[in-house]
Design a protein around this ligand. Structure first.
Ligand SMILES: [Zn+2]
Ligand SMILES: [Zn+2]
Length: 540
């Protein structure tokens, strides 16, 4: 069956581009009254099963040849007998690598110091070989062991079944309306970051009424939403009594929000209206794996939360090109691009993505990103496994360098255990050199979809389950006057934005007019000069 839509549209029909100016001639609007090339204001009542809308014919159609199209009532299959060859391969992998958890077997996992030693049996360890009939996942070596250990398995069986069906759903070849993303946010409409429902609603996502679709959508959107929900001025994490932000965290985030939510500059397209644009905010995503291969439209969602600023996402890590085979070979290392970075410039007007297949500490020592600026930079570590026995040694060299920059570091974990192990490790390795910014806890924008660890099917986790933040310790200011000015600057901005005039001259130098005097401030920390009066200079 061919699912390719008939390309009946004349070729003159506009394709949606990320940033088509709104000056489209009216004649290009479609008879039905909606225009996909404009900024995402599509009618809410558009039926899901509408034919491919004009202009979207170029969206790749999922390959369905040789694959039975699974239906919503037909999504459950035992992994080992799945219609999807990929899932059958995973089942085979589990059978070769995962161990039966029954207590009769000798202990196979390394028991950490904190875990209570479990009683261990005498039988040799055995790989899983029996699919639970309720969840379809191979979880025990034989039916007897599955039945004897059933009570323990019941704790996760329902979730495993959900994972099973979600995995088959992803490969069903159905049309996925939940993977279509809205465009720019209308400035007058505030986003509400209380939870997924309010965020998707206020961002004008197509209504997702089905829980399965919501799970599939949040699995990808959790990456930009986690970053956005911490950095945004409407962040749900605050200083209130049960809030998770610490006073140090507020200081760091206020600095970043100062950049991310600038006052209107009054710039326009005319020569007279040209204003200097601040440099893009840089988000370093270290130890990048799956997140670097996310569809770019998912990352563009981050920029829609901060409509007035540009972002530069920098993926760094030896595995940062995982799942991106079609972009190989990597660019040659040249004097202009000494680390052979893959640069995706102008994904939209406000998003650029660079990828470095390299350890961060190598780049840091080469001065690749110097200087760092807490007003423009942020580190993001998605499930870094800082304290994981297999990866901790890789972070040992990196962590002190991250703390040295004093730039905020956000981190997530797959589970509470995973996250707490990371936090313990950071405290153990760096001792008192760390300021907590965001107290650890469940992430409001975690993936709602659970995943199985193929090496241990009973071990379930989800993308960005927990989130926390820290940075290198800052010490009190030596000069009291200076610190008061720094504090004043932020207060004035918060209280009355109209009173403050700023101009960004270079990455970390600003001029601020305040109380009729002009201050030049380096990094918002150091007072350099003060002029008694005078006009606010555009360039100096
Ligand atoms: Zn067994
Ligand atoms: Zn089960």
């Amino acid at each position: 069956m061919s699912t390719k839509p008939e390309n009946a549209q004349p070729s003159s029909v506009q394709r949606p581009s990320a940033k088509t100016p709104s000056s489209n001639p009216a004649g290009k609007r479609f008879a039905s009254g909606f225009d996909f090339s404009s900024t995402g204001q599509r009618p809410k009542n558009e039926p899901v099963e509408a034919p491919t809308p004009p202009g979207l014919e170029y969206t790749p159609v999922p390959e369905t040849e040789g694959r039975p199209l699974l239906l919503p009532n037909n999504l459950f299959h035992k992994f080992s007998e799945s219609p999807s060859p990929e899932i059958r391969r995973r089942a085979a992998f589990m059978r070769q690598n995962a161990w039966c958890p029954h207590p009769d077997h000798q202990q196979t996992r390394v028991v950490s110091e904190t875990e209570a030693p479990k009683k261990t049996g005498t039988k040799p360890p055995a790989h899983v070989d029996f699919d639970c009939p309720d969840c379809g996942i191979p979880v025990a070596c034989c039916e007897e062991h599955w039945a004897e250990d059933y009570e323990k398995h019941l704790e996760v069986c329902d979730t495993l079944r959900e994972i099973n069906e979600d995995d088959h759903d992803l490969r069903s070849g159905r049309f996925f309306p939940e993977f279509e993303y809205p465009g720019d946010q209308i400035e007058e409409v505030l986003v509400n970051m209380t939870n997924w429902d309010t965020l998707l609603y206020t961002r004008e996502f197509r209504a997702i009424n089905d829980e399965r679709s919501l799970r599939q959508a949040t699995r990808l959107l959790t990456y930009p939403a986690t970053i956005g929900s911490v950095l945004h001025e409407l962040s749900p994490y605050d200083l209130s009594k049960n809030g998770r932000l610490t006073p140090e965290g507020l200081k760091s985030l206020s600095a970043l929000r100062y950049t991310l939510h600038p006052a209107r500059t009054g710039s326009s397209g005319e020569v007279k209206g040209i204003k200097p644009a601040p440099p893009p905010a840089r988000i370093f995503i270290l130890g990048a794996r799956a997140e670097s291969s996310l569809p770019r439209e998912v990352w563009v969602q981050l920029t829609h939360l901060f409509p007035r600023v540009a972002f530069h996402l920098i993926f760094i890590g030896p595995e940062s090109m995982a799942n991106r085979e079609n972009e190989f070979p990597l660019p040659e290392r040249t004097p202009g691009n000494p680390f052979g970075a893959v640069v995706e410039d102008r994904l939209t007007n406000t998003l650029k993505i660079s990828t470095f297949v390299e350890y961060y500490h190598t780049l840091h020592k080469a001065g690749q990103f110097y200087p760092y600026d807490p007003y423009f930079d942020c580190f993001m570590l998605f499930h870094p496994g800082l304290g994981h026995p297999a990866s901790a040694h890789e972070w040992e060299e990196t962590l002190p360098l991250l703390l040295e920059t004093k730039v905020p570091i956000l981190a997530t974990g797959y589970t509470q255990f995973d996250m707490e192990r990371d936090i313990d490790w950071v405290h153990k390795t760096m001792g008192g050199e760390v300021d907590m910014l965001l107290k650890p806890g469940e992430n409001r924008f975690r993936s709602l979809r659970w995943d199985i660890n193929d090496l241990d099917p009973q071990d379930i986790s989800c993308g960005n389950w927990g989130v926390w933040g820290f940075r290198g310790k800052r010490y009190a200011f030596i000069n009291k006057t200076k610190s008061r000015i720094t504090a004043n600057c932020l207060q004035i901005r918060n209280r009355d934005q109209g009173q403050l005039n700023t101009s960004v001259l270079c990455r970390n130098m600003y001029y601020i007019r305040m109380h009729g005097a002009l201050y030049c401030i380096m990094n918002k920390r150091k007072l350099l000069t003060r002029q008694p009066s005078g006009d606010f200079p555009l360039y100096l």
